[in-house]
Design a protein around this ligand. Structure first.
Ligand code: SF4
Length: 348
């Protein structure tokens, strides 16, 4: 327990101490870790969970990450792109339901020209000045990020996946480099985006040492948002036979992140809800404070599967919000309809 108190107070541990937390905790110690992480989340956010409306606007991707269901070489995927009107329709639905953050997510799809994408962002910004716009569109050059920022986007999610060069290379084909991703993250922060990064827990060949390196990288980067979810295999990828990540380790890492980054926005991910029906609740009870319900059209959702059996595919946004609310109430939480910026961010 001393180690957990130390992490809460100092927000930093030695490598061997992280190793203990990741691999040797007893059930009692785990319960104490989650309790402390929950207390820190509650100190900062009360018993509130922010919601983000996820709009998966294109499942085309030029990349071929070995773990991803919408990788370029997966010919079984039925590809789609939403146009500007479709995206605006999703925003309208979301806004009426109370969402004040829209997350525009896609594969790395270069068919949206920078001007076209900026126009979509600018239109959302003009129509919904009280909303945050989050982008999750992969690696771009700094100038492109700047244009999106100036068009009105506020936040950008880009998981680094593994800071260890060798491990990163085992997850991604030649031509993709962790250095590029780190540069993108630095550019995003420099431009002024609230920036999110993170990893999959239990991705193939990941070692405990890799996880420690990732913890230290995130400590240095100090992102405003941290995405931690278990690795889940997809049957049409080279990693189809690989074992899924551990829910336990995911929750431990999530709690460590909360203790190290008290004010970070940390989602309880759909991957957690997929690995276990109570996964989303457990994520919140381990210190997460964000949930991202899907606003994408129902017909498109099944086509946007990074892994198999993705949870929450069949509910309309309104239904899913309703059931989310009920679930949260059962564990003593409620939805916050605030925009939920990282504290200290200037108004935009
Ligand atoms: S993980 Fe992202 S970049 Fe990689 S193939 Fe999937 S959508 Fe594309």
């Amino acid at each position: 327990m001393k180690l957990i108190d130390k992490l809460r107070n100092k927000r930093h541990l030695e490598d061997y101490e992280y190793e203990y937390l990741l691999t040797k905790l007893s059930d009692n110690e785990k319960a104490y870790l989650f309790e402390q992480a929950r207390a820190v989340a509650q100190e900062n956010f009360g018993n509130k969970v922010f919601i983000r409306g996820l709009i998966e606007f294109s499942n085309y991707c030029k990349n071929n990450c070995y773990y991803c269901g919408i990788r370029r070489d997966n010919e079984k995927v039925e590809r789609y792109r939403l146009n500007k009107e479709d995206v605006l329709e999703c925003c309208q639905t979301g806004y009426q339901l109370g969402f004040r953050t829209f997350v525009l997510q896609s594969g790395e799809d270069d068919s949206y020209r920078v001007n076209e994408m900026s126009d979509i962002i600018r239109t959302i910004r003009d129509k919904y000045p009280d909303c945050a716009i989050t982008l999750s569109m992969g690696e771009k050059d700094k100038h492109t990020y700047e244009q999106y920022f100036h068009a009105g986007a506020n936040r950008y999610l880009l998981r680094h996946e593994s800071i260890n060069e060798k491990h990163y290379a085992s997850l991604h084909p030649e031509g993709m480099h962790i250095q590029t991703r780190v540069q993108c993250l630095k550019d995003l922060k420099e431009i002024g985006f609230q920036t999110g990064s993170g990893i999959m827990v239990g991705s193939p060949k990941q070692t405990t040492q890799n996880l420690i390196e990732d913890i230290k990288f995130l400590e240095e980067l100090s992102p405003e948002m941290i995405g931690i979810g278990p690795y889940l295999p997809h049957e049409d990828t080279p990693f189809k036979e690989e074992a899924k990540g551990s829910m336990d380790t995911t929750l431990i890492l999530l709690a460590i992140m909360r203790l190290m980054h008290p004010q970070a926005l940390i989602p309880s991910t759909t991957a957690l809800a997929t690995i276990d029906p109570t996964g989303r609740d457990q994520g919140i009870l381990a210190g997460a404070n964000v949930v991202m319900p899907n606003l994408s059209p129902l017909t498109m959702r099944k086509k946007y599967q990074l892994y198999n059996d993705k949870a929450c595919m069949d509910d309309e946004a309104a239904e899913s919000l309703d059931s989310l609310n009920k679930r949260l109430e059962k564990i003593g939480y409620t939805i916050s309809y605030d925009r939920g910026d990282f504290k200290g961010e200037k108004d935009v």
